[in-house]
Design a protein around this ligand. Structure first.
Ligand code: HEM
Length: 102
């Protein structure tokens, strides 16, 4: 699915950097990793088209999605998203908090 978010990037609660750096790419796994379930409903307003030509889901992505699904079903994640602190650390936000626990 293709989403047009160019005019919305500045309003993204996670900042514009992740959207700009992922522009034109498959963000399914990143979306699953960074968002609570409630974020999915926001996608509809940006939907433009389907793009299925040459689209292949890697084995790693399949594994990741299967595990994320299973862990969600088992309620192993915190309510609001999962892996958030570590993800923020990986995205370079550590400078603001000084620690991945901040
Ligand atoms: C393309 C469509 C996207 C939409 C519609 C979207 C939507 C949202 C929404 C609604 C939230 C707030 C969630 C909440 O209630 O806490 C959010 C937060 C966030 N998003 Fe996205 N997002 C998108 C893509 C991405 C991508 C590709 C990334 C990373 C690669 C990303 C990273 C984040 C981060 C880091 C937060 C902040 C999480 C927090 O600290 O609470 N988003 N996004």
């Amino acid at each position: 699915m293709v989403y047009y978010v160019s005019e919305w990037v500045k309003d993204h609660p996670g900042g514009d950097a992740p959207l700009l750096s992922f522009a034109g790419r498959d963000v399914t796994d990143a979306f699953i990793a960074y968002h609570p379930g409630t974020a999915w409903k926001h996608l509809d307003q940006f939907f433009t088209s389907y793009y299925v030509k040459d689209f292949v889901v890697s084995e790693i992505s399949k594994d990741y999605r299967r595990i994320a699904n299973e862990f969600t079903r088992l309620e192993l994640f915190e309510k609001k998203g999962h892996g958030r602190k570590l993800d923020k650390y990986a995205m370079g936000e550590r400078g603001q908090s000084g620690s991945i626990d901040g």
